[in-house]
Design a protein around this ligand. Structure first.
Ligand code: GAP
Length: 458
């Protein structure tokens, strides 16, 4: 089954509601760079916090790190990025467009979009040449080859070069891991599909250092753990699939690699959101050779020393955020109403705003009571206060933002000191004493539950 292509609808909703804007839009935009607006930054922060909790806080065998973006240029020689991190590029001399030589089948001729590059009579494609994807800049005031540095194309190398620092500082014993979240930059030839492939993006990477011989066992464990993490974000099971790298796809250093793919729908279909790789001891060995510093782990208890193998889990924060947006978007008919509704059915833990607070009218003390409640709730959750327009429209605006709970203060509220909680997914309602609202919402959030359910009230 091909799922519908929702990217265009999503790009427009993302801009209208303040999830994601094109970078430098007033100047015509920057190629494949995006800015996260008020709702987007909360959503992406929630994704990153969930990853950090699962990978670092809830485990005692993974340590956190925040390495710098700019690194010694020799790092990229050792890692193989200077010589090998390139894509084959062809130029069209007629229309000046550039394409990846290995992806011509997926590209369209700008002069005739029904054709592939090379198929139009005017096309003049050059021979492929290798194009390095790293962004280069200069450190210090002199622009010469000795001062070249690169914007990191992956966060992983910051972890490899700090392997012994972290191990010695924390006294961790192998097997253990190091995790970090940070920006990475790639001068992609064919970026696109909104935030799917961009030139500036964020990675959440973890390198797990193990004794050689135990690596495939750990590889299987991490594969399973990472799929579970994606399921825990609320991504549909049948939109997720493993893809095993074939011999041809495997990087030269990798012993085994699986992608976790998500079905984005339309022509994009199933695409990688995360890679789980067995990188052997390639990276530590390369850095040991290039730096002339011993990077061996000393296993005193067993009187052994060795270069650990590395199981890597590498996921794009932006790509997962896109998967969450695609997975969440739904258009629904509403019984008894002509207009349907657009709902972002986020998992409640990921929702940028947890509750909307709405006085039914602007009189009779309702706004004052609603503002008092919103201020109290804000100490615990992101809350949005809205008194403008018909209540139905206010609910719809929060449905589009993915807000799981709507709290309405009506004429009875001021008399009885209670409110209505309306649930995003089934639009069911319950009545709750004002003093209980924060507690009831916490219970629903902890239970990941966004349907009216009296068991969670009392
Ligand atoms: N350290 C291994 C590594 O970087 P990768 O497969 O090149 O592996 C890992 O990247 C993840 O980073 C991908 O699964 C994807 O989620 C994300 N990613 C890579 N390039 C990206 C880009 N240009 N834009 C957005 N995300 C990207």
């Amino acid at each position: 089954m091909t799922r519908p292509d929702v990217l265009d609808a999503l790009v427009s909703l993302a801009k209208r509601r303040g999830f994601i804007f094109q970078s430098s839009e007033i100047y015509g935009g920057t190629g494949s760079v995006w800015d996260y607006g008020p709702l987007g930054v909360e959503l992406k922060n929630n994704v990153k916090a969930r990853w950090w909790n699962a990978m670092v806080r809830e485990r005692d065998d993974v340590e956190g790190l925040d390495a710098a973006i700019l690194m010694h240029p020799k790092v990229w020689e050792a890692s193989g990025h200077v010589s090998g991190f390139s894509d084959p590029l062809v130029d069209c001399k007629a229309c000046k467009a550039r394409f990846r030589a290995d992806k011509l089948g997926d590209a369209v001729c700008p002069r005739k979009p029904s054709k592939q590059p090379g198929e139009h009579a005017d096309c003049q494609l050059t021979e492929p040449r290798q194009f390095n994807l790293m962004f280069k800049t200069f450190m210090g005031p002199v622009e010469e080859s000795a001062s070249v540095v690169y914007l990191r194309p992956e966060t992983a190398q910051g972890i490899f070069v700090n392997f012994l620092n972290v191990q010695q500082a924390t006294r961790q014993k192998v097997p253990f891991g190091i995790a970090q979240i940070g920006k990475a930059f790639r001068n992609e030839i064919t970026p696109g599909n909104f935030i799917f492939r961009t030139r500036e993006f964020e990675q959440m990477e973890m390198q797990f250092f193990v004794e050689p011989g135990t690596d495939m066992d750990w590889f299987e464990r991490w594969k399973a753990a990472r799929l579970d993490w994606h399921l825990g974000l609320g991504l549909d099971r049948d939109r997720l699939a493993f893809h095993q790298h074939t011999e041809k796809e495997l990087a030269h250093y990798a012993r085994a690699a699986f992608d976790i793919n998500f079905d984005f729908g339309g022509t994009l279909g199933f695409q990688e959101i995360e890679g789980v790789h067995n990188r052997s001891d390639f990276d530590l060995r390369q850095h040991q050779e290039h730096s002339s510093k011993k990077l061996e782990y000393v296993d005193q208890a067993n009187n052994k020393r060795y270069l650990p193998y590395v199981i890597e889990t590498s996921v794009g924060a932006d790509r997962v955020t896109l998967a969450i947006l695609v997975n969440a978007l739904r258009e629904e008919a509403v019984a008894g109403e002509q207009e349907g509704r657009t709902v972002m059915g986020f998992h409640p833990a990921l929702a940028p705003i947890k509750a909307g607070v709405f006085p039914l009218t602007k009189k009779d003390g309702q706004p004052e009571m609603a503002e008092r409640l919103a201020a109290a709730l804000r100490k615990r959750f992101p809350v949005f206060y809205d008194e403008a327009g018909a209540i139905g429209r206010r609910y719809r605006r929060q449905d589009e933002a993915g807000t799981p709970f709507g709290i309405t203060i009506d004429g009875d509220s001021t008399a009885n000191d209670d409110v209505t909680i309306r649930f995003r997914d089934d639009m069911g309602q319950i009545r709750v004493a004002t003093s209980q609202v924060a507690e009831v919402l916490s219970r629903y959030l902890e239970a990941d539950h966004v349907r009216a359910d009296s068991r969670l009230v009392g």
